[in-house]
Design a protein around this ligand. Sequence first.
Ligand code: 48N
Length: 317
Amino acid sequence: MTPPCQVVPETLPYSNSNVNSPSKVTVPAQAHQQPSTPFDGYKFEPIREATVNRAMTSRYFRDLEAYAESDIVIVGAGSAGLSCAYELSKIAPDVKVAIIEQNVAPGGGAWLGGQLFSAMVIRKPAHLLLDELEVPYEDEGSYVVCKHAALMTSTLLSKVLKNGNVKLFNATAVEDLIVKQDPQGLKYCAGVVTNWTLVALNHDTQSCMDPNVIESKVIVSGCGHDGPFGAQCVKRLAKLGMLDEYAQNGIQGMGALDMNSAEDKIVNNTREVVPGMILTGMELAEVDGSPRMGPTFGAMFVSGQRAAHLALAALRK
Ligand code: 48N
């Protein structure tokens, strides 16, 4: 066992005690001799660089082709979008789901509980999802606290991405919607228009970089609060006049904070707002003007789960 390295702390030049004596750092002779580990002499199998390229790009473009027509597109891989994808993989694992996430990292606002406090509060009975996912928490009676919001989000994410019929297209933004009219003139959503997020962020600096499209019979939008990309589907639907019944004076945006009314409303108001488009999570509050709930996440998870059942019913109509 290598003795701990005894380092004489460098004394500061201005203290009287060591005037003219150079600072001394003694390094025991054997410090450069590393202790042995199970990974000593590790050796990888040989590979060609082009093989790595082909391994990635072939799969990505195969997925892009396969999901060009998806059963359900989920916009936003935040707590609502991910719990929707999780519920779908439970109730209908054969349904083809494309998740479009503008960030490189999925998870949305659910990596931290609130502000930078990292623990996540989830009001009962939404804790049942944590039981299902076997995520540990402290039980506080009417609510539970998951010590690391990142543990809940990463566990949910891992369950979703294990499903062979789910594809996450991250760093990809939904910029617009495919909207069609039926023979009676009723408008309905029929898919999404996407672009690399970096392109979507630079439309002002580049000539129009044309987007890509993904057709789907059902879209579940959980784009979260209003923001550069946030509430994207709501804003588009409002521009098309498809949300008039909810937005006489334009989209109101979420209401002020009231936890006790906000969470029930988000779950119970999650719905198909126009044919082919189900709104859930905080994006829904942008339409309804429902109050925000602040740093409690139960409604995000449960509204996403509810959206999954509504999406499946819409798919099978
Ligand atoms: O976490 P968010 O932002 O949204 P939700 O609805 O899943 O969860 C909301 C929750 O985090 C809260 O805001 C809490 C409860 N606070 C409430 C309050 O009172 O403030 O996830 C949305 C995801 C994000 O990952 C975005 O990057 C992504 O959607 N996104 C998009 N992805 C693709 N294309 C877009 N146009 C787009 N817009 C947002």
